[in-house]
Design a protein around this ligand. Structure first.
Ligand SMILES: Cc1cc2nc3c(=O)[nH]c(=O)nc-3n(C[C@H](O)[C@H](O)[C@H](O)COP(=O)(O)OP(=O)(O)OC[C@H]3O[C@@H](n4cnc5c(N)ncnc54)[C@H](O)[C@@H]3O)c2cc1C
Length: 538
């Protein structure tokens, strides 16, 4: 009936040339077997089914038990637990902390990108646990107590005192109803109750995802100002902490994951880092979750492109395979180029996390993660929508996975700082830490001389940054240009030649459709090779 075979039993890693090349380049080829195995698993019918089941059977809140006692538990479908078991069992929540060797963040990024293609929602607690470690290390005693449990490969769900668990997961609770991005207007209060940084927290959080995590990093107002706290769900004596789940959010996507509204009713918590420096402390966490938003967006794009190149390679219309129709070639190649540029960027930034002991890399990381978070999360929305259309009506049907990817796509741009907040963060980095700009241009300039268009683009960008007039209003314009110039530099140095050429002519020179519609590249011969580089093979 002219329908494609299902895209199962293929290896997501083997079929992803851009990722394989990046893994090696970022010094993480030692992780080949791990990522390869996850690529195999992610292509199995079983894993794909878990992704569908976990989303078709969203979590349910149970506030009370049958005797009327508060329990504040969320029940998940068994498929969620299977997905979590694989993620934790392969160290996606902890790899660089377990194996602090060169390339560990890059290895984890590649693995997380592969496994997230099966299902995005369960990546939330996995990401938050990974990201909580560097924040917690600001209180070495707390880190010594919790980190060994945060880095085991055991997925041990259920509420128990942490000392009794084989492994724990962390969440974060910053966002309040009245404050949101402006966390300094948070009203949750923290009253000191004794020595060792112990406090009682009273207040609410408007968004708290994965509320079945074992502990949370929470922002609250202490006498000395906004501070960061570690708040466990269960106290050491086995009683439940006063952490009440009021309701679960009814969300656009991200259905497998639970996101809740919570109330702290004198909940026990302990200070992390310095009192009054809560934002600084939790930013250590946010920098890592922002990297994961980039990985998540790259992963969504890759899965969408894999599905689209596969579908069109097996469906015929008007006497030809869709993938051989010249206009479809234009669309697919354009999507593949965007996906490749994102994958390379994601891996380069993950590599900077590995090399952060080098000041230039640390400065590059600081600015590049905010640039990439802004840009790639925006692009994922457009890429997924267009890849969906490549499937025709089938793409609009749930079984194709595209509707799920489509609903998931806007989320990465919202949480961990919505688009404007990230764009403004790039300006903050430029103004407060000018070395970040030097490191950015240091990286970009490595490709100078490879292409005249590119050289002009660097010079234009420098001119765009120079006047501070209206910079805040121009932040998105500046940041998207910084992202594209950085991607162009990476593609010129490391990408496939054809991909780099077309990226430059479309994205840099704007020889492209007026509305950034994919499939508006100028006429190019041999675009088919770009598609074939991205098409998964069964
Ligand atoms: C599914 C989901 C799960 C979440 N999970 C968690 C969680 O586990 N823990 C947690 O703490 N939070 C969580 N969040 C909250 C999320 O981080 C916030 O929604 C996000 O940071 C934006 O804050 P806000 O919703 O209050 O929007 P607002 O702060 O009201 O922002 C609204 C809009 O205004 C823009 N804006 C804000 N300031 C400026 C400015 N100065 N100039 C120009 N524009 C501006 C923003 O970019 C945004 O587009 C979650 C959100 C979602 C959707």
């Amino acid at each position: 009936m002219n329908q494609p075979p299902p895209l199962v039993d293929y290896n997501l890693f083997e079929s992803d040339a851009a990722l394989r090349e990046s893994l090696e380049r970022e010094g993480a080829s030692w992780a080949h077997d791990l990522v390869h195995e996850l690529g195999r698993l992610a292509g199995t019918e079983q894993a794909i089914e878990w992704g569908f089941q976990a989303n078709a059977n969203p979590p349910r809140l149970r506030t009370h038990d049958r005797f009327g006692e508060r329990i504040d538990e969320v029940e998940f479908h068994p498929a969620w637990h299977e997905l979590m078991k694989v993620a934790v069992g392969h160290g996606l929540h902890a790899l660089p902390w377990r194996e602090p060797r060169p390339g560990a963040h890059a290895a984890r990024a590649a693995a997380f990108y592969i496994w997230s293609q099966v299902e995005g929602g369960h990546g939330c607690p996995v990401s938050m646990t990974y990201a909580a470690v560097p924040a917690l290390r600001q209180s070495p005693e707390l880190a010594a107590e919790w980190e060994p449990l945060m880095t085991t490969l055991e997925y041990d769900p259920g509420l128990q005192p942490h000392a009794a668990k084989k492994g724990v997961l962390f969440g974060m609770a910053m966002t309040e109803r009245q404050g949101g991005s402006d966390v300094r207007s948070n009203t949750t209060r923290a009253e000191p109750t004794g020595a060792n940084g112990e406090h009682r927290l009273t207040g609410h959080k408007w968004f708290c995802s994965a509320p079945m995590c074992d502990a949370f990093l929470v922002l609250a107002q202490a006498p000395g100002g906004l501070s960061c706290f570690l708040l466990p769900r269960v106290l050491p004596d086995g009683t439940r902490n006063a952490f009440h789940i009021d309701r679960l959010k009814d969300k656009l996507g991200n259905q497998a994951n639970a996101s809740s509204e919570i109330t702290f009713d004198g909940a026990w918590a302990v200070l992390v880092g310095e009192e009054g420096r809560g934002v600084r402390t939790i930013m250590e966490m946010v920098n890592h979750t922002r990297l994961d938003c980039v990985i998540g967006s790259a992963s969504l794009m890759r899965q969408a492109v894999a599905q689209a190149t596969h579908h069109t390679a097996h469906r015929t219309a008007f006497g030809k395979l869709l993938t051989d129709q010249p206009l479809m070639v234009n669309v697919l190649a354009d999507l593949a180029i965007e996906s490749e540029a994102t994958t390379i960027l994601m891996m380069r930034i993950a590599g900077a996390f590995d090399r952060a002991a080098d000041p230039a890399e640390a400065h590059f990381r600081r600015i590049a993660v905010a640039i990439a978070k802004f840009w790639t999360c925006k692009r994922a929305i457009a890429v997924v929508a267009e890849a969906l259309e490549c499937h025709g009506g089938n793409g609009y049907v749930e079984e194709s996975i595209l509707p799920r990817l489509y609903r998931e796509a806007p989320l990465n741009s919202i949480w961990e700082g919505a688009g404007n907040v990230n764009a403004l963060d790039v300006l903050r980095a430029m103004q407060r830490e000018p070395d970040t700009v030097s490191s950015y241009f240091g990286e970009v300039e490595l490709a100078r001389g490879a292409d005249k268009t590119f050289d002009h683009a660097i010079d234009d960008l420098k001119r765009e940054l120079t006047p501070s007039d209206g910079l805040e209003s121009r932040a998105r314009r500046v940041v998207e240009r910084m992202a594209i110039v950085l991607q162009a530099s990476l593609l010129l140095r490391h990408g496939e030649q054809k991909v780099a050429d077309v990226f430059l002519s479309s994205r840099l020179v704007n020889d492209w459709g007026q509305t950034f519609t994919f499939g508006t590249l100028k006429f190019e011969k041999e675009l088919k090779s770009v598609i074939e580089r991205h098409r998964p093979r069964l």
